[in-house]
Design a protein around this ligand. Structure first.
Ligand code: GLC
Length: 566
């Protein structure tokens, strides 16, 4: 995996609030309950630094999140995935964990977590935490002990090796965040391995003690009321024990000045699947869900993450979908068809804290709001589980820093100007048009984009034509319509190069979704009879899309969603 904010397609409480097992919960409308609750749930990723700041120190926190649960409920969210909120030196803004079983004081306390969990439970919102499985912080007590001597109890919890010669790392591997993937430690005269920053040493998952300790972390949080984990960087868990050099993929140097290597011997090793099976077994005891950060080259690779016996991840994210970086019906059709043919339930995202926001990735600069609705209509009506990224529902844009001295994300400082880092997609949530967009009374850790005056929750909540109002309508429809929840996916009019349309068919019910991905008005004929239906009626539309008989007329980037009848 590589992470580059530059390109849009980035490759690269205790028992009392447990959701657990036998007692299947009753949920609203058609929201599902019991073991497969995650199939019908709508997930929402919260980057806690940037969501809501309750103590006005410029950084978001758990009490801030708790204060926005009614908003999330009203939007139609069933589960929140909180990016890492554990104690951390914050080198990688929480993805460098120094204690897996606590909350960073910046975000609050365990009592604040318990409060959030109990408030969320009252609203039937599940909490998903972000489990950084590949590495810890270099300040974690395990690593501090590991580096203290060659014979320390935790020495073998990390990957230590002798260099090839004086000043020479053990092999040619490079860190995905720039520079060699090895750091020399003079105390013990050995090198340790880090796929990411040197402050993020890789755990040695071949050591059963590491496995046991990490599995226990999940139990600890399940017992505290967590309903699952998003597993960070799963493909990097294992390395070739012989440390073979990685082959050069192409000539030249990347933005960090490193060679382009194929991560053949340090990613996607088959042993990853043993760990995922182990984590799933525990998750099953708590009816929990495992979501994967699964960057893959194709759907066949993605498919492997469900597990041969459907015993690994329930929701491996389909990042290939985020790599269709243009409004191309043909490319989306192909991608959707492939992921529908996979062995598990699809998981759709259109942006996250590592990827430029969808608003400007798909926007043409002129119809961005309309295109934001079009994208919402797409990924929220497909067969599968959607994961929203905070701010997408109000049309937040990517706002990268313009000066090196303003960059917070270390990869942006290292790779400037080619790689500006990921600050642009992590700016504060835009709640209203007051100072700092209502995120905080203090200066926020990242600047608020100038669009907060036009794109914010308070104003959009009042405007029936807003992106937010559209998200709410689509999500409400999704929660109440059996065909949208469980229906099969069937592509329609497959040779149309402007309009993407498909059916979701469930028994004798069907919903049709028609999306004009072009800047010109389009007409689309619904093949009703050929699919066994007699008529259609409008459920939801954007722009002034309309239906006459079986002909849908769509303005540029218009959306039409209809119910078909026999
Ligand atoms: C994942 C996270 C990313 C983080 C990296 C290292 O890719 O999404 O934000 O920097 O892992 O933990």
């Amino acid at each position: 995996m590589t992470i580059s904010a530059k390109s849009a397609a980035i490759l690269f409480l205790f028992g009392c609030i447990s959701w657990s097992s036998a007692s299947a919960q009753k949920t609203d409308g058609l929201r599902s309950s019991g073991r497969d609750w995650w199939k019908h749930a709508v997930f929402y990723e919260i980057y806690p630094r940037s969501f809501a700041d309750s103590n006005n120190d410029g950084v978001g926190d758990l009490r801030g999140i708790a204060s926005k649960l009614d908003y999330l409920k009203g939007l139609g969210v069933d589960a929140i995935w909180i990016s890492p909120c554990f104690p951390s030196p914050q080198v990688d803004f929480g993805y460098d964990v120094s204690d897996y079983e606590n909350i960073d004081p910046m975000y609050g306390t365990l009592a604040d977590f318990d409060f959030l969990a109990s408030e969320a439970k009252k609203r039937n919102i599940h909490i998903i935490l972000d489990f950084v499985v590949n590495h810890t912080s270099d300040q974690h007590k395990w690593f501090l002990d590991s580096k203290s001597s060659r014979t320390s109890a935790h020495r073998d919890w990390y990957i230590w090796r002798d260099g090839k010669g004086s000043g020479q790392p053990p092999n040619n591997w490079v860190s995905t965040f720039g520079g060699p993937a090895w750091k020399f430690d003079p105390t013990t005269n050995q090198w340790y391995y880090h796929f990411f920053y040197p402050e993020q040493p890789d755990l040695n998952w071949r050591n059963p003690a590491v496995q046991a300790a990490m599995f226990d972390v999940t139990r600890w949080w399940y017992k505290r009321g967590v309903s699952g984990f998003r597993l960070d960087a799963v493909d990097t868990l294992f390395e070739d024990p012989n440390l073979k050099d990685n082959p050069v993929r192409r000539p030249g140097k990347n933005d960090f000045g490193d060679p382009f290597l194929e991560n053949k011997y340090n990613t996607k090793l088959p042993e990853v699947h043993d760990v995922l099976r182990g984590l799933r077994k525990i998750a099953n005891e708590y009816d929990a869900v495992l979501i994967g950060e699964t960057w893959t080259a194709n759907v066949a690779e993605l498919d492997e993450y469900y597990g041969k016996g459907n015993d690994e991840l329930q929701l491996p994210m389909d990042f290939l979908f985020t790599m269709v970086n243009k409004l191309s019906p043909a490319e989306f059709r192909k991608q959707i068809a492939e992921v529908n043919a996979a062995s598990g339930w699809p998981t759709f995202v259109i942006s996250n804290h590592d990827i430029r926001r969808s608003y400007d990735r798909y926007g043409d600069g002129k119809h961005n709001d309309q295109i934001a609705k079009l994208m919402a209509a797409l990924y929220l009506t497909l067969r599968g589980t959607p994961i929203l990224y905070y701010g997408e529902e109000i049309g937040m844009k990517t706002t990268p820093p313009t000066r090196l001295e303003d960059v917070k994300d270390p990869i942006g400082r290292k790779g400037w100007p080619g790689e500006k880092g990921r600050d642009g997609e992590r700016t504060p949530m835009q709640w209203n048009d007051s100072a700092n967009a209502g995120f905080s009374a203090a200066k926020p850790w990242l600047p608020v984009p100038d669009t907060y005056k036009t794109h914010n929750v308070a104003d959009e909540a009042k405007n029936p034509d807003s992106i937010l109002a559209f998200y709410k309508r689509v999500l409400s429809l999704r929660h109440s319509n059996k065909a949208l929840l469980d229906g099969d996916y069937k592509a329609l009019n497959e040779s149309d190069s402007n309009v993407l349309s498909y059916l979701r068919v469930h028994n004798d019910q069907a919903v049709v979704v028609v999306l004009n991905m072009s800047a010109t008005p389009q007409r689309s004929i619904l093949p009703l009879k050929a699919n066994g239906f007699a008529s259609a009626k409008r459920l939801l539309a954007s722009g002034n899309s309309s239906l006459q008989g079986s002909v849908v007329s769509l303005p540029p980037y218009g959306v039409f969603i209809g119910q078909l009848a026999k």
